[in-house]
Design a protein around this ligand. Structure first.
Ligand SMILES: O=C(O)C1=C[C@@H](OP(=O)(O)O)[C@@H](O)[C@H](O)C1
Ligand SMILES: C=C(OP(=O)(O)O)C(=O)O
Length: 423
């Protein structure tokens, strides 16, 4: 049923990319790391569980985590498989770390991870000296990795992927000589920023990142800002639900992640900023969104890696914008938790959207009146949240199958949505 308005202030949960990295880097650092604002979503809990199996002492109490690391050489052979659940970031970054451990580990995950390509990281890691075996020549789980004796390489990555860049840089941390990665477009730079916070020296020059081997990380304190990828659902909800004003507190504003703000601005959304801190290692600020008249736009090129996870909710915004929206260069969506081009198009069509898939994106004509339907998340958290926001403006009832998937990145999503709609 259509919601009358969304009004109020919320603090979205901690950034998923930063929460994963804080636990991982704390686990291979020397000494104590404390984390505040940790995301308690299932993906980040999978990362904690894997490092506990590698012998790291990690205590998690809600958003506070303490990690006692003993360096990479302090990691111990796991007595069981490392289960990464639904998390691509966990498996790909861990492979980079495990390239430096002289024992064998086996990495597995859920049905979605079983379909996702791993050769994007296993190929360069094998070149660096890691022994990796798995289904489809090391492309699919379960993956067996034995590390040690890593040699630095230069890698020209065919895709703009922070997971690929991070896996190689993490492998290079203990490797011999210099390791560098050049990517075609700049991807999120949380690894580079956080390695510096842990005392390492990382060089970034345009599209190339490099690191010298033999650096020891030192435990530190990490403050995790709110996840802009989670805030995105309420930015779009605030723009498309009538009579709404939503304040989102302490949202991460790292420029490699703010593509959604640029696109919503182009579409005519009324977003204002307060309490911005640009000095923090990860900048953040409060965002205020009001109901807005949106217009169609073209989204392509170097903004794509800066909003890749936000495309499902941007597609919904486009159904409520006057004119045509074209999304290009987003082929990567086909290898996320689901094929997000297919799932977005098929599910939004059920609600009456005028949306067509292209090979590397979609074309959406607006503005359309959405109607309630029986839809499904396909076990993909971002599809589930996008469809829930769609139901807020749809005429009639919507039922969402597999809604529990939202807990992967946003366990408090439905509670916060309810709170904003009741105020
Ligand atoms: O490094 C990260 O934390 C992430 C990188 C992105 O994936 P790719 O590296 O595959 O683009 C993103 O889609 C994912 O949600 C998180
Ligand atoms: C693609 C995502 O995550 P991951 O690759 O870590 O599974 C996501 O959160 O949208």
């Amino acid at each position: 049923m259509p919601i009358q308005s969304l009004y109020g202030t919320i603090k979205v949960p901690g950034d998923k990319s930063i929460s994963h990295r804080a636990v991982m880097f704390g686990s291979i650092a020397e000494g104590k790391t404390t984390i505040n604002g940790f995301l308690t979503g299932e993906d980040c809990l999978s990362t904690i569980s894997c490092f506990k199996k590698l012998g790291v002492n990690i205590v998690q109490e809600n958003e506070h985590v303490t990690v006692k690391g003993n360096g990479i050489s302090g990691l111990r052979p796991p007595s069981e498989d490392l289960y990464v659940g639904n998390s691509g970031t966990t498996i790909r970054l861990m492979l980079g770390i495990l390239a430096n451990t002289p024992f064998t580990s086996v990495l597995t995950g859920d049905d979605s991870i079983a379909k996702r390509p791993m050769n994007r990281v296993t190929k360069p890691l094998k070149q660096m000296g890691a022994e990796i075996n798995g289904n489809d020549s090391g492309n699919k789980i379960p993956l067996q990795i034995k590390g040690g004796n890593v040699k630095g390489i230069h890698y020209d990555s065919p895709i703009a992927s922070a997971q690929v860049k991070s896996a190689i840089i993490l492998a290079g941390l203990e490797g011999e000589g210099t390791t560098s990665v050049t990517e075609p477009l700049k991807s999120r730079d949380h690894t580079e920023r956080m390695l510096e916070a842990f005392g390492a020296e990382v060089k970034s020059d345009a599209l190339t990142v490099s690191i010298e081997g033999g650096q020891q990380l030192k435990g530190t304190h990490i403050e995790v800002p709110g996840d802009i990828s989670s805030a995105a659902f309420f930015l779009v909800a605030g723009a498309i639900v009538p009579d709404s004003t939503i304040t989102l507190q302490k949202v991460g504003l790292n420029p490699t992640r703010t593509g959604i703000l640029d696109v919503l601005n182009d579409m005519g959304a009324e977003i204002s900023y307060q309490n911005v801190n640009e000095e923090a290692s990860e900048p953040y600020g409060d965002l205020i969104i009001k109901t807005s008249s949106l217009k169609g736009t073209v989204i392509k090129g170097d903004v794509i890696p800066r909003l890749i996870d936000e495309i499902p909710i941007i597609a919904l915004a486009a159904t409520q914008a006057e004119g045509q929206t074209v999304i290009q260069d987003a082929h990567e969506l086909r290898v996320k938790e689901t094929d997000r081009i297919e799932t977005v198009v098929n599910e939004l069509k059920k609600m009456g959207a005028e949306i067509e898939a292209t090979e590397d994106g979609m074309i959406i004509n607006g503005k359309t009146h959405l109607k309630g339907a029986s839809v499904q998340s396909h076990g993909d958290h971002r599809i589930g949240m996008m469809l829930s926001i769609a139901s807020c403006i749809a005429e009639g009832d919507t039922t969402l199958d597999q809604s529990e998937a939202v807990a992967v990145s946003y366990p408090s999503f439905f509670d916060q949505l309810k709170r904003l709609s009741n105020q």
